[in-house]
Design a binder for this molecule. Structure first.
Ligand code: DGL
Length: 259
């Protein structure tokens, strides 16, 4: 497989664009084929079988396009399908999971109180139960399903500050936020709300996402296979979506280009 081949990145919709932003920053020579499945979003309220079927169809498309690796830029699709995808395909399949370890490690041995914001499916799946189990003895973890935060991104509502803050208050006012050490953004759509979370939380609470770790992992895997794109290659991002409307295309482009 040539190092010049593209990397397929997919999500249930527009959330994975937050991962592409990080990828473009860290690996500027890579060619990225992004596929957002906005016509079928959200994944987080579907069954694992439904999400698995959709994920396989997307990876099949990337394989036909000659991808050298796939990034599942979606915690939900990872929970439902990463093991099966790895069994079926022999290119690297990089998945995502809520960055709970990063949040707990910040405490350097002190007990941390951590909220994990994710989709209902991610928080219900075995993969998250196994992750919780690793940290729950030494830390206090609060899983919080936030499906509305996916819908707001998909419908282009991110710019409606009052509505977004109202939604965050609805999910998080029941916590004593002053006692929270970190909020983990366990869904790639939620990374677009980083500033809103900052506004909601006291300064002492960290806001953590898994995008940096995911891209680092991708980079290590590609390097170990000798498949990092050569410096002579101009990187690019091709944005495709199962929703063919101009509205979604414009939204995807503006999320990619936002600072
Ligand atoms: N962006 C996805 C994630 O990281 C899921 C959003 C959805 O429910 O479709 O989990």
């Amino acid at each position: 497989m040539a190092s010049t081949a593209p990397i397929g990145v997919f999500d249930s919709g527009l959330g994975g664009i937050s991962v592409v932003r990080e990828l473009r920053r860290e690996l500027p020579h890579e060619r990225v084929l992004y596929f957002g499945d906005s016509a079928n979003a959200p994944y987080g309220t579907k069954t694992p079988d439904q999400v698995r079927e959709l994920s396989f169809a997307i990876v099949e498309r990337f394989v036909r396009q000659g991808a050298k690796a796939v990034v599942i830029a979606c915690n939900t699709a990872t929970s439902a399908s990463v093991n099966e995808l790895r069994e079926r395909y022999d290119i690297p399949i990089i998945g995502m999971e809520p960055a709970l370890k990063v949040a707990c490690d910040r405490g350097r041995g002190r007990r941390q109180r951590v909220i994990v914001a994710a989709t209902p499916l991610t928080l219900r799946e075995r993969k998250f139960a196994a992750l919780m189990e690793r940290f729950t003895t030494d830390h206090t973890i609060f899983p919080e399903p936030c499906p509305d935060l996916v819908e707001i991104v998909e419908s282009g509502g991110l710019g409606d500050h009052d509505m977004v803050m109202g939604t965050l208050h609805r999910y998080f006012d029941r916590y004593d936020l002053a006692s929270i050490d970190a909020v983990v953004l366990g869904c790639t759509h939620f990374v677009f709300y980083r500033d809103h979370f900052r506004e909601l939380l006291p300064e002492s609470a960290a806001v953590i996402d898994g995008n940096e770790g995911t891209v680092r992992h991708l980079s290590v895997v590609l390097e170990s296979l000798g498949r990092l794109a050569p410096d002579s290659q101009n990187g690019s991002v091709d944005l495709a979506n199962s929703d063919p409307s101009d509205r979604v295309a414009a939204l995807a482009r503006s999320l990619l280009d936002a600072a």
